[in-house]
Design a protein around this ligand. Structure first.
Ligand SMILES: [Zn+2]
Ligand SMILES: [Zn+2]
Length: 215
């Protein structure tokens, strides 16, 4: 009955009852990259030796965009968890103390944070705990929804780190990296309270600012 009321099938193989089946989700993770969050080129970046690098496994767009959307807005918690596990398998285990998910935007009406669910999947595989220690201080437009470059600017101090973080080594986790600005704001917030952010990890990398800004 549930399927009749809410028809759902894997968009890749057509299997009924799945937003995307585990095998097909794994097949989307075929685009592993490690890039500079400041300019988008492959890491390590010669121009930004102090910049932050980010690993992503799936190219944004097409079916993957639909899958990310379902994971984010349709309570597909299992998909988020599986994404985290797939990312952790594709990434060298980082030498950090905590995985820190990017928080939901201030005033977001969302009921769950997909970045936290993704972090749970990676946490299970790596045995690295999650720390929910980032908060937005300002109301900022989501990078994915901000269509023009002006809207994508994130003011300094837009996010803050909470709790005892002095000396904590951290890997940031999010679902999609659009401009890199959110992850860089997260790093600034954590470093301001003494943490050491070693890198970031996202399921997808979307268009990125190289194309948007011609940097
Ligand atoms: Zn499938
Ligand atoms: Zn760079």
């Amino acid at each position: 009955m549930l399927h009749i009321a809410f028809p759902s099938f894997c968009p890749i193989c057509g299997k009924l009852g799945e937003v995307v089946c585990p095998e097909c989700l794994r097949s989307l993770a075929c685009h592993a990259v490690n890039f500079c969050l400041v300019c988008g080129v492959d890491a390590p970046c010669a121009r930004h030796p102090d910049g932050l690098s980010c690993r992503s496994v799936a190219k944004y767009g097409g079916v993957n965009r639909d899958v990310v959307h379902a994971m984010k807005y349709r309570h597909q918690h299992k998909i988020a968890f599986m994404m985290g596990q797939i990312m952790a398998r594709a990434t060298p285990r980082p030498d950090v103390d905590f995985l820190v998910p990017v928080p939901l935007h201030k005033g977001s009406g969302r009921e769950y944070n997909q970045a936290e669910l993704i972090a749970r999947g990676a946490s299970r595989l790596w045995g690295i705990p999650i720390k929910d220690c980032l908060r937005w201080r300002l109301r900022v437009q989501s990078q994915a929804r901000a269509s023009d470059p002006g809207q994508r600017f994130i003011p300094e101090g837009a996010m803050r780190g909470v709790g005892e973080l002095e000396g904590a080594r951290i890997l940031l986790v999010d679902d999609v990296c659009t401009t890199g600005n959110t992850l860089l704001a997260a790093r600034a917030a954590l470093e301001a309270v003494g943490a050491d952010v070693g890198g970031a990890m996202t399921w997808s990398k979307s268009s990125f600012k190289v194309a948007d800004f011609g940097w």
